[in-house]
Design a protein around this ligand. Sequence first.
Ligand code: SF4
Length: 495
Amino acid sequence: MTILLSTLNARYAHASLGLRYLLANMGDLQDQTRLQEFVIGAKTTEIVERLLASAPRIIGFGVYIWNVEETTKVVAMLKRVAPQITIVLGGPEVSFEHGEQAIVKLADYLVTGWGDVTFPKLCREILQGPTPLMKVHAGIQPPMAEINMPYTLYTDHDIAHRTIYVEASRGCPFKCEFCLSALDKTAWPFGLDTFLAELESLHARGARLFKFVDRTFNLNIKTSLKIMQFFLDKLEANPDDPVYAHFELVPDHLPDALKEGISKFPPGALQFEIGIQSFNPEVQALVSRKQDNAKAADNIRWLCEHSHAHLHVDLIAGLPGEDVASFARGFDQLVALKPHEIQFGILKRLRGTPIIRHTEQFGMVFDPYPPYTILATDRIDFATMQRLVRFARYWDLVANSGRFTHTIARMLGSAPFDNFMAFSDWIYSKTDATHRIALDRLAALVSQWLQLQGMSKLDANELVGSDYAGRMDAPADKAKPAVSAPVRQARHLAA
Ligand code: SF4
């Protein structure tokens, strides 16, 4: 095989849409190009051995915030054992501020931004000459109609076992400074009819779980409605054959026509990821996030009360101008709206994002290593930030896991943030751990916490037992190793 396209995905289920786009657009080189995906955590020697097995001349790596450290090791080893192979990098993690990046220094070429046209062009030049002189190639953005869609490249195995990522548009017109999409300035739609035909063919091949990576699915309501109608038609034609779609929404834009469409979906068919990030208007202004908070809250409430959609709502801690009290107010406000999950993220300083302009004024200190998590600001010191990090982890374990649905309401009471923070501090003092807490042990600890808050042992065990049928006093069993999810702020860049 002449060209390998490779990446380390965060999980096996995450089939790389970006690599499939490259393969779909290789033109005359497509027959000589193959995908080879890995999962983070694999041994570097095994990855290198498998890459070398097909004796490629070029390897193109997709580099993301969650795989840059491991990919750097792979590239370093390749350069030692097989220096004749040309290494080309691409992806959001190497598209900005790449001057000093170790992986870029090791590689032969770098394509920044869109690779659909520029990567195959570069490969042609490497293989057929003249040898490209420049190391860094700024990706050319072609008209959307000239980009081949990659969906036929999902294999039957992918369709049966992995998440099928799709995109009806690229880019985002908003400018939230913590987000790489802020640099897009606009959104570019793919041809809708062609896209719908691709969805049709994926569905005919058995795909039932579609995850849209569009930054803002509800930007163009006519398009949103047509895409939703595609899924409604499938559901109506065969109610016993469910189909499931995941979209990212901006929260303050839900016109009646869209609400009507959403309300037609049965339970289990729709999932929305909604970014609130902060309810504090001063913080929103500082990070250039335009959001009508009242409308956003109304829409989330409406979705909870009048639709069957499952809602994940995102908040970010550590933004400039936000202290713990202001974050807590936003958190409590969101809990009161009753979304199914609150994704509590800690700010990351993604390469290229304009958030860096606040560094000095707001004393923002970021970890210099991926995923570049905020460590402290002028309003949240390091120790407090670590308490928030643990809060986020325990929130996932107890609230978002859905394992304690009755118990969590009791734990949160009338001051959700403060009460859960107290629980978080307490459980950390008992376990010294945020991972590898077996479910039996977690349930026992939750019950113990409720007793410390004044509940009888019987009532506490009964309440926890109503959520969890395990043993309350069981010793910890062997916990499964934690699997790291892709960094949430960057998750939609998986494409
Ligand atoms: S956070 Fe969402 S709305 Fe803001 S720029 Fe990024 S993708 Fe667009």
